[in-house]
Write a protein that binds this ligand. Structure first.
Ligand code: AMP
Ligand code: MG
Length: 417
C-alpha cells in the first residue's frame, strides 16, 4: 500500500516503541544505596532483601469480641462459667478449665486451655457470672489468628527492586523495622531554553511568554523518587547552553531540557549537543512530540524534549517516565489502555500516532470518550481539562462517532504525588 499523499508520513521517523526500547536499554538502574528511616521510605526502591524478624501476630489472638473456651465445651445450649477477661494488651494468664470461658476482645492473646472463640452475638448471659452458647461443634482454632499467620519469622518479605508503598511500610513497621537500605534517588537536572521566556513574577515584554514548562516538569517530577536540580531558564546562546549542560553533566544522572531541539536557527541545544555530547536527534512518529534528543552529556543521560507545552507532558509520560522508573531501580510497565466508544467524529492526518487529549467517562454503555478541546501542541488548557489520551494509530485518518477507540487513562502515566 502506498503512503497517503499530503500526510506526515516520514519513513525515517522512529516509532514510539523503538524510542522507548532504546531509552530503556540505555538507562540502567543506579546501584548506590543509602539508609533511610521508615518515615522517609515512601516511594523509594528497596536495595536489599528483607526477611521477617518475628511472627506477626506474635501469639494466638482472638479475631472477634466473644468468649474463649475449650473445643469440647463448644456445644449449643451449654452454660459456662465466666473466669475472667482478656483484652488487647492485657493478658489473662490463667488456664481455661472445662466448663469455663473467658471474655475476650479482638486482638487479645487467647489464654491457655482455650481452643475456640465464640462470637459474643452467638451467646447470651446466663445468671450472675455465666453464658449460654447458641453455637457449637466448632473446630479448634475457630476465630483464632495463629502466630505468624500474617508474617512468619524468617520468611522472605521483600526483594530488592520492591517499591516501598503504604502497605510495605505497614508490614515493615509491624516487624519493628525502623530503617532500611534503598537505592539513592536519581538526580535530575532540568532547564528551559528560549529567549522568549520570562520567569514568574516578571511581566512578559513584547514577544515574551512565561516559562510554563519548567513548572510543569517540576510538578511531574514530584511523583518520582528523584532529587531535582532546577537550573532555571537558559538563554538561546551556545555559551549559556553549553555552560548549563556542562554543569548538569557533572551534577546529574539525567538532564531534561525543553525547547531548542528542532532545526530552527535558534536551536542551540542541538548544536551544543552535536558538538560535545553523544546525542541522537530523533523524529518520533507521534503527535505531539515529534522532535526529541536522547543520549549522554558528561556523566548524565540526556533527554531533550520539544518546547511546546503539550509535547513536554506527552513525551514525559511516554518516554521520560520509563527512564526515571528504570534509573530508580523499578520496572517500567507498559501503560495499560482500554477501549471506549467515541462520542463524536474526529479528524486526523495519517503519518503519526496521535495522542489526543480526551475526557473519558462512563455512561450506560460503559466507557465513552470525547475530545477535551483544542488539539494543537501549545493548547495546554485542553491537557488540564482531559483525563486521558485517545490513541489513534499512525495510519488512521480519523474516527467516527460510535467507533471503538484506544484510550490511555492519565492515571496510568501521570501518577499522583
Ligand atoms: P522550541 O522547541 O524551542 O522551538 O519551542 C516551541 C514552542 O514552545 C515555542 O512556541 C516556544 O515559545 C514554546 N516554548 C518553549 N519553551 C517553553 C516554556 N518553557 N514554556 C512555555 N512555552 C515554551
Ligand atoms: Mg526555543
Amino acid at each position: 500500500m502506498s503512503a497517503p499523499s499530503c500526510d506526515e508520513f516520514d519513513p525515517n521517523a522512529l516509532t514510539l516503541e523503538q524510542a522507548r526500547a532504546a531509552i530503556l536499554q540505555a538507562c540502567e538502574a543506579l546501584t548506590e544505596a543509602e539508609t533511610v528511616t521508615l518515615e522517609s521510605a515512601l516511594g523509594r526502591t528497596l536495595a536489599e532483601p528483607i526477611a521477617a524478624r518475628m511472627d506477626v501476630p506474635p501469639a494466638a489472638v482472638s479475631a472477634m469480641d466473644g468468649y474463649a473456651l475449650r473445643a469440647d465445651d463448644a456445644v449449643i445450649g451449654r452454660e459456662l462459667k465466666l473466669a475472667g477477661t482478656a483484652a488487647a494488651g492485657h493478658l489473662w494468664d490463667g488456664t481455661v478449665e472445662p466448663g469455663q470461658c473467658v471474655r475476650i476482645l479482638t486482638g487479645a492473646v487467647v489464654p491457655d486451655g482455650a481452643e475456640v472463640v465464640i462470637m459474643q452475638e452467638q451467646t447470651e448471659r446466663s445468671g450472675e457470672s455465666g453464658i449460654r452458647l447458641n453455637n457449637g461443634g466448632l473446630a479448634p482454632g475457630h476465630n483464632i489468628r495463629g502466630p505468624g499467620t500474617d508474617t512468619a519469622s524468617g520468611t522472605a518479605l521483600f526483594a530488592p527492586g520492591q517499591l516501598i508503598g503504604a502497605a510495605e511500610i505497614g508490614v515493615l513497621a509491624s516487624q519493628g523495622i525502623a530503617e532500611l537500605r534503598v537505592l539513592r534517588k536519581p538526580r535530575v537536572a532540568f532547564f528551559s531554553t528560549g529567549d522568549e521566556l520570562v520567569p514568574l513574577g516578571q511581566t512578559p515584554g513584547p514577544g515574551q511568554i512565561h516559562d510554563s514548562n519548567r513548572h510543569t516538569l517540576r510538578a511531574l517530577l514530584a511523583a518520582y523518587p528523584v532529587e531535582v536540580l532546577d537550573y532555571g531558564v537558559i538563554r538561546d546562546s551556545e555559551d549559556a547552553v553549553r555552560a548549563a549542560l556542562e554543569r548538569a553533566g557533572q551534577e546529574a544522572d539525567l538532564i531534561i531540557t525543553t525547547g531548542g531541539v528542532s532545526v530552527g536557527d535558534a536551536d542551540h541545544v542541538t548544536r551544543v549537543l552535536q558538538a560535545s555530547g553523544q546525542v541522537g536527534f530523533w523524529k518520533i512518529a507521534i503527535k505531539p512530540g515529534r522532535p526529541l534528543a536522547f543520549g549522554r552529556f558528561g556523566n548524565a543521560h540526556f533527554l531533550g524534549l520539544p518546547g511546546n507545552p503539550v509535547a513536554v507532558m506527552t513525551t514525559f509520560a511516554l518516554l521520560v517516565r520509563p527512564a526515571l522508573l528504570q534509573l530508580a531501580g523499578r520496572a517500567a510497565p507498559e501503560p495499560q489502555t482500554l477501549n471506549a466508544r467515541l462520542l463524536e467524529d474526529l479528524k486526523k492526518t495519517p503519518g503519526r500516532k496521535d495522542f489526543q487529549r480526551a475526557c473519558l467517562e462512563t455512561d450506560e454503555r460503559g466507557w465513552v470518550v470525547r475530545t477535551a478541546g483544542g488539539q494543537s501542541s501549545h493548547q495546554l488548557r485542553a491537557m488540564a481539562d482531559a483525563n486521558a489520551y485517545m490513541v489513534l494509530p499512525r495510519e488512521s485518518s480519523g474516527a467516527r462517532a460510535g467507533d471503538w477507540v484506544e484510550v490511555l487513562p492519565f492515571r496510568e502515566i501521570f501518577p499522583a504525588c
